[in-house]
Design a binder for this molecule. Structure first.
Ligand SMILES: [Zn+2]
Length: 87
């Protein structure tokens, strides 16, 4: 049996940190999907999916930029439709 090298130990630490960040990222996406403001009946969550039939966002696959752009476009449509009066 050989001892792990310093590089192997560092890699193990980094892998553990990445794993923890990935878990946290998943949990935050789940919470965003669940509480982003659309009705619960619009949410699709079978088979590990996290999408919304109302705003069309796939919270599992969209990048943060895609999610932000989708919401910005929706806000722009509301402003255009209401002449800037908002909701
Ligand atoms: Zn939605």
């Amino acid at each position: 049996m050989s001892y792990p090298t310093r590089t192997e130990l560092n890699n193990d630490v980094l892998r553990a940190r990445i794993s923890k960040l990935e878990e946290e990222r998943y949990r935050l996406r789940f919470l965003l999907w669940l509480r982003h403001g659309c009705e619960i009946t619009a949410l699709y969550g079978d088979d590990g999916e996290m999408s919304c039939g109302k705003c069309g966002i796939d919270f599992k696959r969209f990048t943060v930029e895609q999610i932000a752009n989708t919401w910005k476009a929706a806000a722009r449509r509301v402003l255009d439709e209401t002449g800037g009066e908002g909701c």
